[in-house]
Every structure is written in structure tokens, then in C-alpha cells.
Design a protein around this ligand. Structure first.
Ligand code: PEP
Length: 256
């Protein structure tokens, strides 16, 4: 059985004080037993990069792992404003979100650029969480599977058949992100199953192990029904990860 993963994407929200308070509430939730992960689930939080160092110190020794929201495709050098995968490892990050739809849409990241970032992240020992997903127009014109498949193939073309070994995919329909509209468990499962088959076509063993997360308005109420589906192995959670109680409820749903 695959272990679940719940990752909180804090995006560009909060202050240092709020980040510290949220982490403390989460740690308290896990240590008091109000949420118990057992061996079934991992939990990661992805704060804004400037707070990673502070949060890293706070989560050390707890059940919470650390992730970043992006990294450069380059290893080091004259890339003003960028953060390398090695720097994230230096701060004890274990995961990095890559190819989030906000980065693709607002910062013009291409499939090829995302594939390079994915390569750099893996080479540094980070677990990349590759975000894929279709817009509403693409869904309504029946292109969902083509879009998702192209986003995944860009990584396989770049890195070969074992690309998704020690990696995570997050299916995040763009129309469900931050909108309060969630894909139904059946809609999400259909795409997750296809993603697993696509990865299996290049590597069956990797596909069986691959954690495929759902993201898009996952919340304390819908998490359980989504994660009950056979190919949904957890969640990438935006808005609801900023409220400790909701995030803990989602984590608890993943650990059943
Ligand atoms: C996200 O940004 O990855 C996300 C899933 O956001 P939300 O949960 O707020 O829809």
C-alpha cells in the first residue's frame, strides 16, 4: 500500500509571526494526539521561501517535513533573485513544488523549464512535487487528458523512464484552485488513474509506488471522500493549509 502525503502550500501568505504561530499549532496538534499520523501518512508544509529557515528550526524533530514552493533550474551562479535546490537542501527541505499552475500562468514557466527544474531538484536530493492540470476551457473542450499527459511527458522525455522514481505528482485542475470548486472524487480518480497508467507505460514499478496527490479546494469536509479513491494518495492543499485545525483534519483523513 502507498503511504499518503499531505502537503500544505502556503503560497505568498502570512508574516514571520503568523508562520511561527501556525507551525506551533500544527506541532501541538500532532503531539497532543488530536491528529495522529501513524505510519500511513507523511505531512509537509511549504512556507514562503524567506520563512523556510525559521520554520525548518521549528519542525526539526517533529512529524512535519519541509518543502519549498519553487526552485531554479540552475545549480548556482549569476541568477539574481533565484534559489537553488542545493540551498533548499541546506535548510533541510525534503520536497519542492514545481510547475504549479500559478507559476505556469503568471510566470510563464514552460513544460521544458519545469522539466529542467525537476532534474535539478532530484539531483540535489529533493523530492519534486510536479503539478499538472487543465484549465476550465481545456476540460470543457475534452482536452484534460491530453494536457496532463503532455505535462508529464515533458518530464519523461527529459529524464527517461525512471523520471518519477522518488517524485510526486499533484493533479490540480486549474479551475479548482482557490475557487472553492472541487473536482468530484470520481472526476479526480479518472485523471489520477490515467496518470498512473501513463507512468506505468514507461515504468510499472515506479507507477505502483508513485504518490499522486489531488489539489484544488481540498478542505476539511471533502478530503476524506477524495482520498478514499484508489489512485488518490493525498493532497496538495492551498487555502485550507493556512488554518491549523482544517489542515490537521485533512492530515487525519489521510492517515486512515
Ligand atoms: C494549490 O494552490 O496548490 C491549491 C490546491 O490551492 P487551494 O487548495 O487553495 O485550491
Amino acid at each position: 500500500m502507498r503511504k499518503a502525503l499531505v502537503a500544505g502550500n502556503w503560497k505568498m501568505n502570512g508574516s514571520k509571526e503568523q508562520a511561527e504561530a501556525l507551525v506551533k499549532e500544527l506541532i501541538e496538534g500532532f503531539s497532543s494526539g488530536s491528529c495522529s499520523l501513524g505510519k500511513q501518512a507523511d505531512v509537509a508544509i511549504c512556507p514562503p521561501a524567506v520563512y523556510l529557515d525559521r520554520v525548518s528550526g521549528l519542525v526539526a524533530g517533529s512529524d512535519i517535513k519541509l518543502g519549498a514552493q519553487n526552485c531554479s533550474e540552475y545549480c548556482s551562479g549569476a541568477y539574481t533573485g533565484e534559489l537553488s535546490a542545493e540551498m533548499l537542501v541546506d535548510l533541510a527541505c525534503q520536497y519542492v513544488i514545481l510547475g504549479h499552475s500559478e507559476r505556469r500562468a503568471l510566470f510563464s514557466e514552460t513544460d521544458q523549464q519545469v522539466a529542467k527544474k525537476f532534474e535539478t531538484a532530484k539531483a540535489s536530493g529533493l523530492v519534486p512535487v510536479l503539478c499538472v492540470g487543465e484549465t476550465l476551457d481545456e476540460r470543457e473542450s475534452g482536452k484534460t487528458l491530453d494536457v496532463v499527459s503532455a505535462q508529464i511527458n515533458a518530464v519523461i522525455d527529459h529524464l527517461g523512464q525512471s523520471a518519477f522514481d522518488r517524485a510526486v505528482i499533484a493533479y490540480e485542475p486549474v479551475w479548482a484552485i482557490g475557487t472553492g470548486k472541487t473536482a468530484s472524487p470520481e472526476q479526480a480518480q479518472e485523471v489520477h488513474k490515467e496518470i498512473r497508467s501513463q507512468v506505468a507505460a514507461s515504468n510499472q514499478v515506479v507507477a505502483e509506488k508513485l504518490q499522486i496527490l489531488y489539489g484544488g479546494s481540498m478542505n476539511a469536509k471533502n478530503a476524506q471522500s477524495l482520498m478514499a479513491m484508489a489512485d488518490i494518495d493525498g493532497g496538495l492543499v492551498g487555502g485550507a493549509s493556512l488554518k491549523a485545525e482544517d489542515f490537521l483534519t485533512i492530515c487525519q483523513a489521510a492517515s486512515r
